[in-house]
Design a protein around this ligand. Structure first.
Ligand SMILES: *Cc1c(COP(=O)(O)O)cnc(C)c1O
Length: 409
């Protein structure tokens, strides 16, 4: 047996489909976001990051860095064990209280990542409901898809944000069957938002439980950063709220906030929670500092929206094919995996602008794009330079610019 051949073949298939991934070797500079150093094959170079999920720059906020450093100095680095065996550290307990309060739920539970919280959270809850039917949005993130898969129960996929379809599936199911509707609040590749209240209306009408992924919304939407559900006044209508500490909160880790019985059940049954080492105390303290700051401060949220709006309008005025969204995500359509990769390479090599290409399977084939995420720290000059660089790359690759109207649509 030539075992090596299996893997070289697997890699060759990715190359052939133009979806072999190359990671940029970056060094972030605290206090200077979005400036960073790119360790290029030719040596270190200054670049501007335009695709970070540290949406609000909280990963470099003095309060967050301070909490991490101070806690590491006082308590050391690792947690030293699982939650059950010596790892249940005080900063983590405090973080869970902070999260429960953020979402106005009875309790919260922290996992090592948002991915794990979805995977183990969805599968554990669904498995404990006899004959559960899961209704899952077609655009749900891979972590939710894996959670649904591992639940080993019946599932129906509803067309993305299509309420008529969801209703049809709910109405067609056995009224006595337990049901779980899983969806995201803000879909991060297009930047569109779920009709949260309408999903809750349907769930109520057909007696279903609701599970929302607010990963791309926590910290950024709602008066205290509780997400889209907070903004829409729907937090109390949703049974399970899942989020991350790794995006707008600038750290790492995931969580679920819900009623006390659900949280105690996950704590007691979810393998992805039980059999892994707890989050380190410095990380928990840093996340708490970020959440507390964003509960009280609106500056980051307002400036973030302002920067996203300005980026969209400057790019649209330059006739670039901006896919219009009502949120902070600024996707620019390419529609071809090779050109998307080439555009990204040219931006980095010739303009010092880092935007990772988004290709299949992250988005459907034929909808390849550059996904731009402006932060509060992308100033007017950086946005103008981005537009100029994109136009240059679009012309060199003979990608179509939009005809006619120069104004934002
Ligand atoms: C990033 C992401 C996750 C995973 O969160 P991590 O904390 O990065 O593991 C979950 N859901 C969605 C929609 C995401 O985009």
């Amino acid at each position: 047996m030539n075992y090596q051949a299996y893997f070289t073949d697997a890699l060759a298939r990715l190359h052939a489909e133009r979806r072999y991934r190359v990671f940029a070797d970056l060094e972030r500079i605290a206090g200077r976001f979005p400036h960073a150093v790119w360790h290029s094959p030719q040596g270190p170079r200054d670049v501007i990051i335009w695709c970070s999920n540290d949406y609000l720059g909280m990963g470099q906020h003095p309060k967050v860095i301070g909490a991490m450093v101070e806690t590491a100095t006082r308590m050391g680095t690792g947690a030293g064990g699982t939650r059950n065996i010596a790892g249940n550290n005080h900063p983590l307990v405090q973080l869970e209280r902070e999260l429960a309060d953020l979402h106005r739920k009875e309790a919260a539970l922290v996992f090592t990542s948002g991915y794990i919280s979805n995977e183990t959270g969805i599968s554990t809850l669904a498995r404990l409901m006899p004959n559960c039917l899961i209704l899952s949005d077609a655009w749900n993130h891979n972590s939710m898809i894996e959670g649904v898969r591992q639940a080993h129960c019946e599932k129906r996929i509803f067309r993305h944000n299509d309420m008529a379809h969801l209703q049809e599936l709910l109405a067609g199911a056995d009224p006595a069957q337990p049901k779980l509707v899983v969806f995201e609040s803000l879909y991060s590749m297009d930047g569109d938002v779920a009709p949260v209240h309408r999903i809750c209306d349907l769930a109520q009408r057909y007696g279903a439980m609701t599970y929302i992924d607010e990963v791309h919304a926590v910290g950024m939407y709602g008066a205290r950063g509780g997400g889209i559900a907070e903004r829409e006044g729907a937090m109390g209508r949703i049974d399970v709220i899942e989020g991350t500490l790794a995006k707008a909160f600038g750290c790492v880790g995931g969580y679920i906030a819900a009623g006390a019985a659900i949280i105690d059940t996950l704590r007691s049954y979810a393998p992805g929670f039980i059999f892994t080492t707890a989050l380190p105390p410095p990380v928990a303290a840093a996340a708490t500092a970020a959440i507390r700051h964003l509960k009280a401060s609106n500056w980051e949220r307002e400036r973030h929206q302002d920067r996203a709006a300005r980026t969209k309008s400057v790019l649209a005025a330059a006739r670039l094919p901006v896919m219009m969204s009502l949120t902070h995500i600024v996707p620019v359509f390419v529609g071809d995996p090779e050109l998307c990769k080439e555009a990204s390479d040219l931006l980095l090599a010739d303009h010092g602008i880092y935007i990772q290409p988004i290709n299949y399977p992250t988005v459907p084939k034929g909808t390849e794009r550059l996904r731009i995420t402006p932060s509060p720290y992308h100033d007017d000059a950086l946005i103008d330079a981005l537009a100029d660089a994109l136009v240059d790359v679009w012309q060199r690759l003979k990608l179509p610019l939009k005809a006619g109207a120069l104004a934002a649509e």
